[in-house]
Design a protein around this ligand. Structure first.
Ligand SMILES: Cc1ncc(COP(=O)(O)O)c(C=O)c1O
Length: 487
């Protein structure tokens, strides 16, 4: 990749030049169309992409901030909320469109906090939110921003939230419980009915995070065998559903649904004393892209229920094939009984991060997780034609790990030993070594990351790892400029 240009060019570039530069730069991105990337991209095919693009072109300049000026944008937004609410059996179509799962979760927690503050005179900084430890970090971020305390409770032996442990954690400062349908790390739906009973018993706000499952589970061939997880469960106050995941909408679109209007009012922001005029927004952002709303709306209209059912059935069939391939190895164990197209595996026979590196050398990018160390697979329609090929490469990668050539064996041992020693070094030395490891990862084709994960695993305190992560972000945005304005 070329170095970033640090100045606005004095003279504008012709369109063709801009196009060329973009095309050239994109060559450094991962070719996700190959289906070799697990995560980040949800692709329903080129026709669906064209439908979204065309709708977005029509609405590139319009702003969802002003529904009076752009009533057609408001209508699409209302229909996105209504369609999603209907799928999730909401008693009425009440919700709001947001920029993604993180914003939806943050707004649900804001509503819970404001409800508690108005109804229970909750002192500032005292609200507690009880969740299983598998919930998405968006909950941690929201708790941080909203000055709430997030209490994480271990899951049960089956990997799902444990309602009894959650009940034990409830005290007089608790305002909310939350759970996932399903959780991202292991693809397991938490016992929503039991947590709903807990919420009703203690009069708590209950949010279900269906960011990843909300546009998949209602269409899954096995949907009738799943335990209830949506608004049919009494006690559920709100549900987040990301349209930019399995809704196949452009990135930047999620819906937060509420059981009743009164709950939604807690998240509104209004002010009447600004010299710029009266101001009211339903969600966090001010200006909002009408293009993304239009793109998402067009995709949902185009696919319809049958389109989503077709896509979901094919992704589930590929997931079943993947699961059988993982289990067939005899070296990998699937975590729990996954409910949809997410599968995670642990192993006591191989180093999983070395396995991920071996797969990367063969062109596959899989998720790496911790507590326990596991590999993460999330499938979308792009994986359907390539999953058998993945299974062959997985076998080859495992063979290589279990019977490495002499030099490689030494290198694996050295990696493990250095990770252990790394944990005992003083923090400044760890910092330098970590910096070096990151450069090494960047420079290695296929992205060998096992040494870096080994180092992270050797750090004892979470705070130390978090500092390393902040340093990483700092370095990522340390801009090394190209000579003036050169593209
Ligand atoms: C279950 C779950 N919740 C929340 C989120 C956060 O969504 P976003 O990345 O759109 O903010 C994700 C993202 O993967 C998720 O899987």
């Amino acid at each position: 990749m070329d170095r970033p240009a640090c100045r606005l060019p004095d003279e504008g570039c012709p369109t063709e030049k801009v196009r060329q530069v973009l095309r050239r730069r994109k060559e450094s991105d991962f070719p996700w169309e190959s289906g070799r990337l697990f995560g980040y991209v949800y692709h329903a095919g080129d026709t669906v992409r064209q439908v979204a693009l065309e709708a977005m072109r029509h609405y590139l300049s319009e702003n969802a901030l002003n529904p009076a000026a752009f009533p057609s944008v408001l209508q699409m937004e209302q229909e996105l909320i209504a369609m999603t609410a209907h799928l999730l059996h909401a008693p009425e179509p009440v919700g709001v469109c947001t920029s993604g799962g993180t914003e939806s979760i943050l707004l649900a927690m804001l509503s819970a906090r404001e409800k508690a503050r108005t109804e229970r005179a909750l002192p500032n900084g005292s609200g507690r939110v009880i969740v299983p430890h598998t919930v998405h970090p968006a909950f941690d971020k929201a708790a941080h921003v909203l000055d709430l305390e997030l209490v994480k409770v271990p899951t049960a032996a089956d990997g799902r939230a444990c309602p009894e442990r959650m009940a034990e954690a409830v005290d007089e400062h608790t305002i909310m419980v939350a759970a996932s349908a399903p959780c991202w790390p292991w693809g397991l739906i938490d016992p929503i009915e039991a947590i709903g009973r807990l919420a009703r018993q203690h009069d708590l706000y209950f949010h279900v995070d269906a960011c990843v499952g909300g546009m998949f589970l209602p269409f899954a061939p096995h949907r009738d065998q799943l335990p209830a997880w949506d608004f049919r469960v009494e006690g559920v106050s709100s549900i987040s559903v990301d349209l930019h995941k399995y809704g196949y909408a452009p990135k930047g679109l999620s819906v937060l649904l509420y059981r009743e209007r009164a709950l939604r009012r807690h998240q509104y922001f209004t002010t009447a004393d600004w010299p710029g005029g009266l101001f009211a927004t339903p969600a966090l952002a001010g200006t909002r892209s009408a293009a993304i709303i239009a793109g998402g709306w067009a995709v949902m209209q185009h696919l319809g229920r049958q389109g989503y059912e077709r896509l979901t059935a094919s992704v589930m069939a590929a997931t079943d094939r993947l699961r059988r391939a993982l289990e067939r190895t005899g070296k990998l164990q699937v975590i729990g009984e996954p409910d949809m197209s997410i599968v995670a595996v642990t192993s006591d026979a191989v180093d999983l991060f070395e396995l991920a590196d071996e797969l990367a050398l063969r062109g596959w990018v899989v998720g790496r997780q911790q507590h326990p160390a596991s590999l993460h697979f999330i499938l979308n329609p792009l994986h359907v034609p390539v999953i058998n090929h993945f299974a062959e490469d997985l076998e080859a990668a495992l063979r290589r790990l279990l019977h490495p050539p002499a030099g490689k064996k030494m290198r694996h041992m050295a990696t493990r030993l250095s990770a252990r020693l790394f944990g005992k070094l003083p923090a400044p030395v760890q910092d330098r070594l970590f910096h070096w490891a990151q450069r090494y990862v960047k420079a290695t084709p296929g992205g060998r990351q096992a040494p870096m994960y080994g180092m992270m695993g050797a750090l004892k305190a979470n705070k130390q790892v978090e500092k390393v992560l902040s340093d990483y972000l700092d370095r990522m945005f340390a801009i090394d400029c190209a000579p003036c304005g050169k593209m």
